[in-house]
Design a protein around this ligand. Structure first.
Ligand code: GYE
Length: 306
């Protein structure tokens, strides 16, 4: 506020930008790093952050967003756990004239005026990169390549898009067969549990594609538990490139990781300031990312920030 009329300013008259942020949860190493990035960047940017953890439940996110509207925050940012079902609450924010920024995950609403911008990775591209590695690795293979897939949270943008991108690339050759595909909810525990079931019902698995490192790491435990060697008997591709994933890649237990950066905080604070100042911003801001082989992981490991 700039009225300057009050004395003994006890917070109400401060010029600090207030952001309500609704986080998905704490399901993975990626998410932990993302939360830290948002919190640290808010501090550095002088943004007052109201942070809420939805524990992977959409209803909790809707409640948090409504509470941010009631508190009249300057800007709302959130990472939607699933893609569908946001129109009503986003319209409420729009009516209250509070700008919304999507971070990390997308919504499927056709009305793009409901949010100012969407900052995050291109998940279709990530799935394609994973598929392309497989196609290259198995280019001389004549027989079938049996693949199992651990999907992320059902209905989430990264699960939908990574699955689609991967499928789009491997369909070029019918020898690639996805013999089982199920959600592991982006967690290590679920990844292990579902991989155990895959191993029981499929005698001949050549490749695991896991939509994130954590599920891949859980699956490694299942594979070892079944007396097989991860990275050799079963080749493993994951997405994220968090420290534990990169360590497993350097150790030869994972074969390839497609990077997905959780360090969205600084760009988010930048965009928030612009949006609140009424400046126009790009509708879509895509994160820059790379990929890692086992050799590259050995080199990169010591300098990873998360
Ligand atoms: O890949 C996964 C996390 O939305 C990109 O969510 C994010 C994904 C990330 O749980 O590890």
């Amino acid at each position: 506020g700039s009225t300057g009329a009050t004395t003994g300013d006890s917070g109400g008259g401060s010029d600090k930008l207030v952001m309500g942020f609704s986080q998905v949860g704490a399901e993975s190493g990626w998410r932990t790093a993302n939360t830290k990035s948002v919190q640290d960047s808010a501090k550095n940017a002088g943004v007052e952050l109201k942070f809420s953890d939805a524990q992977q439940k959409q209803e909790n996110q809707i409640k948090a967003i409504r509470s941010f509207i009631q508190q009249k925050v300057d800007v709302i940012a959130f990472s939607p756990v699933v893609e569908s079902g946001w129109d009503t609450v986003l319209k409420e924010a729009q009516t209250a004239k509070i700008p919304v920024i999507l971070t990390d995950r997308a919504v499927d609403s056709p009305d793009t005026s409901l949010y100012k911008t969407f900052l995050g990775s291109d998940f279709v591209e990530e799935g394609k990169k994973a598929g392309q590695w497989l196609v290259d690795q198995y280019k001389d293979e004549k027989g079938d390549v049996n693949i199992v897939e651990l999907q992320g949270t059902t209905g989430s943008a990264p699960a939908n898009d990574r699955k689609a991108g991967f499928a789009d690339v491997i369909k070029a050759d019918p020898k690639f067969k996805v013999v089982a595909s199920q959600t592991g909810d982006f967690t290590r525990a679920k990844g292990k549990e579902v991989m155990e079931a895959f191993l029981k019902s499929n005698a001949d698995i050549d490749v695991l594609f896991a939509h994130n490192d954590d599920m891949g790491l859980g699956a490694i435990e299942a594979i070892e538990g079944a007396g097989k060697v991860p990275g050799k008997d079963i080749k493993i591709i994951t997405i994220d490139a968090v420290k534990d994933g990169m360590q497993a890649l350097a150790d030869g237990k994972i074969n390839y990781i497609v990077e997905c950066s959780p360090l969205l905080g600084p760009q988010l604070m930048d965009l928030a300031k612009k949006v609140v100042a009424g400046e126009t911003v790009e509708q879509r801001v895509v994160t820059q990312e790379t990929t890692f082989t086992q050799e590259q992981a050995k080199e990169a490991l010591s300098s990873r920030q998360y």
